[in-house]
Design a protein around this ligand. Structure first.
Ligand code: GTP
Ligand code: MG
Length: 319
């Protein structure tokens, strides 16, 4: 599967064909169940980290746009929250964002977890639903069977691929290792409509650095806490200051939780956990911004914010 990985770097020009004098551009939505590797794939395709990634499901909460530009075309990638059965306002918001993306897309890349599909021996409810919605809207469907590195026996792939014989293409990939990702791009480029670029070539995303900073802090909260705590947290950056005279960035952020007990967990004994979160976020942000970063965090209880539209708005999620 890695046979083509040296021929063309992800993001390089669309394959030269009879249309090589024209320019293509289109929106490509990455959709699927939670935890299948959509954000890992976005980051891999972009060659830089735009979306946070954790081993926990329901990490992504907002649609994230990544712009992949080459001389012959532009792919506007849309990473989305994992589609699941909503149980509160936050999950309804997430699922709504994901499904609405289908209508904006020229192509849907349905990301499927190879190992989970193999265990399940077939197509899951979420995948079937996404495929149906794409078909209803006349949006072409390409299936990326991800995490193939986890399959002990590659013969397990064949029945998984056969499940998707009605898709335009089925491509086995490992977003983590990069295997098959160029083949996936090879299935995307020829299916994009002709047209001018939507974004300037030097634009990577529509998200602000302030937003990326909040997400990076949230990623560390997800990695450093367990059970319901990560799902009850939201992060809002209150101050994002580029100090030109010092050549650094100061970030002050609030971590919202829903209960006092959760505040205790996030702060940790003697402030140990909040310190750990701050240090890890600082290191990650310094790498992203390529300058020294100072992170100042505080934890605020906003009772049941994830269970109402008003609560969500208070912590920064606009419907
Ligand atoms: N082994 C392996 N793990 C992968 C691969 N792609 C992603 N992962 C892991 O799967 C987990 C989930 O990855 P994400 O990219 O956050 O998945 P997602 O679909 O964006 O998840 P949500 O945002 O929660 O819907 C992380 O631990 C990734 O490192 C892959 O190709 N192989
Ligand atoms: Mg994600």
């Amino acid at each position: 599967m890695s046979e083509d990985s040296n021929k063309r770097r992800p993001g390089s020009a669309p394959p030269v064909d009879s249309r090589d004098s024209s320019h293509v551009a289109g929106f490509v939505a990455l959709l699927g169940a939670p935890n299948v590797g959509k954000s890992t794939l976005l980051n891999r395709l972009m060659g830089s980290k735009l979306a946070i990634v954790t081993p926990k499901p329901q990490t992504t909460r907002d649609r994230i746009l990544g712009v992949l530009t080459s001389p012959g075309g532009q792919i506007v990638l849309l990473d989305t929250p994992g589609v699941h059965r909503p149980d509160r306002s936050l999950s309804s918001y997430m699922v709504k964002q994901a499904l609405a993306t289908i209508s904006d897309a020229d192509l849907v890349v349905l990301v499927v977890d190879a190992a989970a599909s193999s265990r399940r021996r077939g197509v899951g409810e979420v995948e079937r639903d996404i495929a149906r919605r794409a078909e209803e809207r006349g949006v072409a469907l390409v299936v990326a069977i991800n995490k193939v590195d986890l399959l002990a026996d590659k013969a397990q792939l064949l029945p998984l691929m056969e499940c998707w014989s009605h898709a335009k293409a089925v491509v086995p990939i490992s977003a983590l290792l990069g295997d098959g990702v160029d083949s996936l791009l090879g299935e995307i480029w020829p299916r994009l409509p002709e047209g001018p670029a939507y974004f300037d070539g030097d634009e990577l995303t529509d998200r602000s650095l302030r937003w990326l900073a909040a997400e990076t802090i949230r990623e560390q909260v997800f990695l450093c806490t367990r059970k319901e705590v990560p799902y009850s947290t939201a992060v809002r950056v209150e101050r994002y200051l580029e100090r030109l005279h010092k050549g650094d960035v100061v970030i002050e952020a609030v971590i919202y939780v829903e209960r006092d007990s959760q505040k205790g967990i996030v702060v940790g004994k003697g402030g140990a956990r909040i310190k750990e979160i701050g240090v890890a976020a600082r290191e990650s942000l310094a790498e992203l911004l390529e300058v020294p970063v100072h992170v100042k965090l505080r934890v605020v209880v906003m009772p049941n914010w994830s269970r109402s539209v008003a609560g969500m708005r208070r912590v920064g999620y606009e419907q």
